[in-house]
Design a protein around this ligand. Structure first.
Ligand code: ADP
Ligand code: MG
Ligand code: MG
Length: 474
């Protein structure tokens, strides 16, 4: 186990005192969330959960994650333009997963109509864990890539200052000074602002498509306010507003409440519960419009777990990124074992393996937002139940990444302070813009470190499991 901060970790009085100071710092810096009870007003807010101390991250893996981000941007972009690949890859999934099927249907429909907009804005976050493996030196392994509504760029931009303060209070000024500048919120805003500018209408606005329940609004406000600082107007609307009041003009420009929308930035729309019949209609309207969609529906599909699994198949990366062997090698190095559960011999074999050794694997449905994957005994039960039915193809199987745990304190409102054995997940934010055939922007714009107690298999800050953290490079 990593011994970072071991001189203070067990000094209970000191930890109590510093935790109180850390919470005040978080409130001052704006590391905030609305409460579960008052999720749509800011009268009562609390600090978003975070670690007391920054967690160790091997610098070589941190650099590797940054170095591969532009490759992931290229890859997602290539997939989103490859209708044949999406169709082929998702063919069996859409037979059994109604949500993916509905997204796919809209994708086909807009392709048939002809795309109204050739500008694409992609914002994604590629997530990794540090697999300890057998050899002992950790390896960077991708958990997944999020191509829609990737969150916490805002709050993470403010978390570093909290940890810097904590380290200073603890007399660790040298360590404090090494914490890196990190402002992905600015990077996201830069991408959105560029897409807005290329759309080319001064009076048009950026529309954040937001959820009915908006607990994580401060994270979004960080990006929003950066846009206002660049004189880009932002409005916030829900699917319901779009359904009731949005329309397209004769050249398919999107209007709502008398304003033209240049960019739709989705912070909603990634899970089935976000949709009813009217919301699907609203999605189709936006998708058919001339507004720049972040992401468009093809890019959302490119982020499915099924696509991730297909990418790990021999030859797939080479086909998607021809003549780009360096990118392919960098991408492949981050993959762990991913397996399809098709109705064939190979699928049967994997299911038998997973039932025999469930702790080696994670079983993943086509869902987002944390809390959907199956592990251990649950994984075994679901596979036993579905193994003879095509339903099994709605999942993919993945090797479980096994990071080395370390000790930290997870600070949460109304929770007692206790030391926990933890593991971390590093995310890198990528932003790119394509205009017709030209990639006019391709950047990595910052990182997010989330840490959770080892007793939780699944993650997610919004899901109430992981907390915000800052990497301390070792
Ligand atoms: P989601 O889209 O719901 O966030 P993820 O693939 O990120 O789905 O899985 C959710 C969480 O489950 C991750 O944050 C991580 O904590 C855990 N997890 C997912 N895949 C693996 C894996 N292969 N090995 C270990 N943990 C995993
Ligand atoms: Mg996800
Ligand atoms: Mg995830």
């Amino acid at each position: 186990m990593t011994a970072l901060w071991k001189d203070i970790l067990h000094n209970e009085q000191l930890i109590q005192d510093v935790a109180a100071i850390a919470v005040d710092a978080a409130l001052l810096e704006g590391v905030l969330m609305r409460t579960e009870e008052d999720s749509n007003v800011s009268d009562v807010v609390n600090f978003a959960p975070f670690t007391l101390l920054p967690s160790p991250v091997p610098s070589t893996l941190f650099e590797q994650a940054y170095a591969v981000q532009q490759d992931f941007n290229l890859l997602v972009d290539a997939i989103s333009q490859n209708a044949e690949f999406l169709e082929h890859t998702l063919a069996s999934t859409i037979q059994v997963d109604a949500f993916t099927a509905q997204l796919f249907k809209i994708h086909k429909q807009v392709l048939k109509e002809g795309l109204a907009q050739s500008l694409i804005l992609g914002i994604n976050r590629s997530d990794y864990m540090f697999d300890h493996g057998e050899e002992g030196s950790p390896a960077l392994k991708q958990v997944e890539i999020n191509t829609i509504a990737a969150s916490f760029a805002g709050l993470t931009s403010r978390t570093t200052a909290v940890h810097r303060h904590v380290l200073n209070i603890l007399g660790k000024t040298k360590e404090a000074s090494t914490l890196m500048y990190n402002n992905p919120a600015k990077g996201l805003a830069m991408g959105i602002a560029k897409a807005w500018e290329l759309y080319g209408s001064d009076r048009a606005v950026v529309m954040f498509l937001v959820e009915d329940i908006q607990r994580n609004i401060f994270d979004q406000r960080c990006v929003e306010n950066e846009l206002w600082n660049r004189n880009v107007q932002v409005i916030r609307r829900r699917f319901k507003d779009v359904f009731e009041r949005a329309s397209l003009n004769e050249d398919r420009r999107l209007f709502i409440d008398g304003q033209e929308v240049a960019v739709v930035y989705y912070r909603e729309g990634y899970v089935p519960k976000n949709y009813n019949k009217q919301n699907w209609e609203a999605r189709l309207l936006m998708e058919s419009s001339k507004a720049v969609k972040c992401p468009d529906i093809a890019t959302q599909l490119a982020g499915t777990k099924k696509v991730q699994q297909e990418l790990s198949q021999p030859g797939t990366l080479e086909r998607l990124l021809p003549n780009n062997t360096e990118s392919v090698a960098r991408l492949r190095a981050t993959f762990t074992g991913l397996y399809a559960l098709d109705m064939d011999k190979e699928g049967d074999k994997m299911i038998a393996m997973a039932i025999a050794d469930p702790d080696r694997f994670v079983l993943k449905p086509q869902r987002e937002g944390g809390g959907n994957n199956l592990y251990g005994e649950n994984l075994k039960q679901v596979l036993e139940k579905t193994k003879d039915s095509p339903e099994r193809t709605s999942y993919i199987l993945m090797d479980k990444i096994k990071p080395q745990p370390m000790m930290n304190y997870l600070l949460r409102a109304h929770s007692p302070l206790k030391i926990s054995e933890c593991v971390s997940e590093l995310g890198i934010f990528g932003v790119y813009i394509r205009q017709g055939k030209d990639l006019v922007m391709n950047k990595h714009v910052g990182h997010l470190l989330r840490t959770k107690a080892v007793e939780h298999d699944d993650g997610g800050v919004a899901a109430g499991v992981a907390v915000l953290d800052t990497p301390y490079l070792i």
